[in-house]
Design a protein around this ligand. Structure first.
Ligand code: UD1
Length: 363
């Protein structure tokens, strides 16, 4: 049984679901907690990624961390009791990941954590807490980059539980790249054949602080004087722009394109041809590294250090003015070139399902 809850989970489960089809004796069920529920944050990904509808939808919705985590636990426990899964797979670091791992560990149901071992060493990030706790109770841990191996060893997790398999999200990218290239989104946004930067920002540290959000909008204003900027706005960000009354000035800038959150294929299509990505997402740091697109991450740390040491990512902290200046380096073609990290080869799901099948079918 695999758990998905929020937008970054879907592209990690899709390749696993496909890879499980090779094992007819394993029935793979998908539970959607409903942590994300808007069509453009959830359903479009099932369509784009050719995922079947979830077998179970819990519909927990938004709430404070305690409320959301608790609701998922209460509802997921009922599913586990009714369906008695032999193993539960959780991915990433969202509240659904933590909540469902906790439920299973009390029933002694083996928990598999995909994307284990990543650490930002910043406990002000709710995701860091989710990562540490999930890894401490998981029975099988699949790691996407070598830093994960070191982190898990340092936390006393036995090597026998840990497998370095590469990045399963990149499997989705490899598989859907051609299909994404056929999307008409560039034409629809009027950027076909043009140079443009793409922006996604949703972390509380950037968007829940008025001064930071105001500085971000000034930064985008500046960058948009050089190149078109496309900014698909996350629901949290939209809410904060409106709460802080920062929306008006955005309307007057025709070179700053704001739109609703995009589907997987549309976003991938835009990302592939972008001259620069500015983000605070985890996954986009990795996707840009794979695609060789320059990426500025608006955070002081990253749990994905390989994207900085080998890839195209640079941590900009919260220095929005410097970011606008550095964008010029990128536009002039003077930015570092990266390389694709080890085992980010589109075959991670095969490696993971093989290991899971070994455990399930031999027991
Ligand atoms: C969550 C994850 C974060 C991940 C992000 C990706 C946690 C702790 N956070 O953050 O790690 O990077 O998803 O998007 O699990 N909302 C809607 N529609 C939706 C979902 C949310 O309008 O479909 C609004 C609600 O007002 C909600 C707010 O967005 O209060 C934030 O949603 P929430 O799921 O709490 O956190 P994210 O910021 O999306």
């Amino acid at each position: 049984m695999s758990v998905v809850g929020a937008r970054p989970n879907f592209m990690k489960i899709a390749p696993l679901h496909k890879a499980f089809q090779k094992y007819p004796s394993i029935s793979h069920r998908i539970v959607h907690t409903g942590q994300h529920y808007d069509a453009n944050m959830s359903r479009v990904f099932f369509d784009d990624l050719e995922l079947p509808h979830p077998d179970v939808y819990l519909g927990v919705g938004s709430g404070s961390h305690a409320v959301q985590t608790a609701r998922i636990m209460v509802d997921f426990e009922k599913i586990v009791l009714a369906e008695e899964p032999n193993m539960v797979i959780v991915v990433g670091d969202v509240n659904s990941t933590l909540a469902c791992s906790l439920v299973c560990s009390k029933f002694l149901i083996p928990v598999v954590h995909v994307e284990a071992g990543l650490r930002s060493f910043d406990r002000t990030m709710p995701e860091e807490i989710n990562r540490i706790i999930t890894d401490s109770i998981a029975d099988l841990l699949f790691v996407s980059e070598r830093s994960g191996l070191t982190n898990l060893r340092n936390e006393g997790i036995p090597d026998s539980k840990v497998f370095f398999v590469g990045n399963v999200m990149i499997d989705s990218l490899v598989h859907f790249k051609e299909k994404a290239a056929r999307s008409t989104i560039r034409k629809a946004l009027g950027v076909e054949g043009k140079q443009y930067a793409i922006v996604t920002l949703h972390r509380p540290s950037n968007v829940d602080v008025r001064d930071n959000l105001a500085s971000i909008l000034s930064m985008l204003d500046k960058i948009s004087q050089r190149q078109t900027v496309i900014f698909p706005v996350h629901p949290r960000t939209r809410k904060m722009i409106s709460e802080f009354k920062l929306g008006e000035r955005l309307l007057s800038n025709a070179n700053l394109i704001l739109c609703d959150p995009l589907g997987y294929l549309e976003f991938l299509c835009l990302l592939e041809s972008a001259s620069l990505a500015i983000t605070d997402s985890g996954g986009i740091q990795e996707e840009t590294t794979y695609l060789g697109i320059p990426c500025f991450t608006m955070r002081e740390n990253t749990e994905r250090p390989v994207t900085v040491s080998e890839g195209t990512n640079t941590l900009m902290g919260f220095d929005y003015e410097k970011t606008a200046v550095e964008a010029e380096t990128v536009f002039q073609g003077n930015y570092k070139k990266g390389r694709v990290p080890e085992l980010w080869d589109g075959k991670t799901a095969e490696r993971i399902t093989k290991e899971i099948a070994n455990k399930l079918l031999l027991n």
